[in-house]
Write a protein that binds this ligand. Sequence first.
Ligand code: SAM
Length: 243
Amino acid sequence: MYSDSDAAALYDLLDPWDPDRWPGDAFYAGLLTDAESVLDVGCGTGAMLHWARAHGHHGRLAGLDPDCAALARARRRADVEWVNGVAASMGWDTEFELAIMTGHAFQFLIADDDIRSSLAAIRAALRAGGRFAFETRHPQARAWEAWNPSNASDVVDAAGRTLRVWHQVEAVREDVVTFTGTTAEPGGAVVRVDRASLRFLDAAGLDAFLAEAGFTVEARYGDWGRGPVTSTSEEIITIARRA
Ligand SMILES: C[S@@+](CC[C@H](N)C(=O)[O-])C[C@H]1O[C@@H](n2cnc3c(N)ncnc32)[C@H](O)[C@@H]1O
């Protein structure tokens, strides 16, 4: 079988954080370089804040995630604060200039009440005028339609095992997509199956939650080149300011 720790290491191989390669990472790298204190909500394995510290960020950096195995990888760097928990449980009080949710982590918030309490905790963590930057997949692009075995990725993990990883949608109910991620050996033997649900809010839905939580939308983009949201946009990228 494939442990949580193995899966966290595999995540970094499949989704490496690299602003030189990925425009989304470059977008956030610019924001966090300019901010004196940064909170990464849903930090996963911590790659973004590792990069920030390694590239000379001298301010306060903190990451939070409920996944213990991912956070164990984050903790390999001790000069960043790491907290195990969900966004809604955060207790920071007016401490950060910038909060970020990357890797579509915001979409892991499913229930209206969880979105409300998570946004309330993020707002509370921000200083007056602080900003919250995050992206969600635009529902109009129906990204989940590409999540099937024909789009599998082949990868050699850190232990030298050749593996095949693919996704498969189980259900689409209103704006919530439930899917599995399967990891298998080349011969087909399945070593791990993970199940997750993601919510696909449209811009109006997002803005209603943000306004209710006390944020104003400062900027909205439909792509990483800072173009507007259009009828073909695949992303909804938001920079919201604590009102
Ligand atoms: C796709 S990963 C993205 C990780 C990282 N931000 C990145 O870009 O590589 C989504 C992360 O959100 C975390 N997550 C899920 N539910 C959460 C919640 N309620 N509050 C905070 N983080 C959550 C997961 O544990 C996971 O590490």
